[in-house]
Design a protein around this ligand. Structure first.
Ligand SMILES: [Zn+2]
Length: 285
């Protein structure tokens, strides 16, 4: 794999090996900006990969570029595994949403990013990245959007390799679907996910189509949850008994993860008055 790769105007990608959810094996770091550079996703915890990553970032000055900050999209280990080391080695501040900082008490976050603020980077053409707070997969998740180039860094909102897990606790299916809808409304030309290839109409579905597909896919799954509850009747059923009905199309190996997704769906349906808890299990309302 050739690293770094130019993936959009003023954006380089540097995929590095991480302990992430298979079939994904890497997390993409991104360098945004022509002269001043923001490094997004300081992900890799592995010594050999960190060395290469640092060599990439240390080559910037010779190219007339200067890193100004490291940005975390969210707190998951496959996104922050190198944050502390990279910040120290490169003497850079770490920027993240407050809810991300709160989940990483051992890490020093120097600046709290808020929804709607603009990160302006000097360059021949200055770049202006707008922060979008997009909870759902993780409470403090942020995306970065540059309207002028139609580019968005989308973290774990979608992936071109693997699936996005919405797990109860830190995940929230209602918020996730709302934020996917918000991303779709941006109409970007290129979406840069943390896992897999850039998403662009020239290479497959457009980002907008993909965001809409993700919403449709979750709603289709939700419909299966609703009909499974209806079929089971007023006695209800345990989560473990619902998984085979809702995920019949999914390999049994993936059912433990599917159970987490199912619970996230049920919590959404509960809040909407379309499912209720019944003892240890779930039933139709
Ligand atoms: Zn994640």
């Amino acid at each position: 794999m050739a690293r770094p790769r130019h993936v959009a105007r003023g954006v380089e990608s540097f995929p590095a090996r991480t302990p992430t959810l298979l079939p994904a094996t890497h997390t993409n770091s991104y360098a945004l900006g022509g002269r001043e550079v923001i490094l997004v996703e300081p992900a890799t915890p592995y010594e050999d990969e960190r060395r290469e990553w640092l060599a990439w970032a240390r080559a910037f000055p010779a190219q007339g570029r200067r890193a100004v900050a490291i940005v975390l999209t969210h707190h998951h280990p496959d996104h922050v595994g190198g944050a502390e080391v990279f910040a120290r080695e490169l003497d850079l501040p770490i920027w993240a949403h407050q809810a991300t900082a709160a989940r990483l008490p051992e890490l020093r976050v120097d600046r709290m990013l808020t929804d709607g603020e603009e990160l302006v980077l000097e360059g021949d053409v200055p770049s202006r990245w707008r922060v979008l707070h997009t909870p759902g997969h993780a409470v403090g998740h942020v995306c970065l959007h540059e309207p002028a180039t139609g580019t968005a860094v989308v973290g774990d909102m979608v992936a071109s390799v693997g699936t996005i897990l919405i797990a109860p606790g830190e995940g929230d299916m209602i918020e996730y679907l709302e934020q996917l809808d918000r991303l779709a409304a941006l109409g970007v030309d290129v979406a840069l996910p943390a896992h897999g290839e850039p998403i662009a109409a020239s290479a497959g579905p457009s980002p907008t189509e993909l965001f809409r597909y993700y919403i449709a896919h979750r709603l289709k799954r939700e419909a299966k949850v609703v009909s499974a509850l209806a079929a089971i009747g007023p006695e209800g059923a345990l989560l473990s008994a619902l998984v085979p009905a809702v995920y019949a199309d999914t390999p049994v190996m993936a059912w433990p993860i599917a159970a987490l997704s199912l619970e996230a769906h049920l919590l959404k349906l509960e809040r909407e008055g379309r499912a209720r808890r019944r003892g240890e299990g779930w039933a139709a309302p």
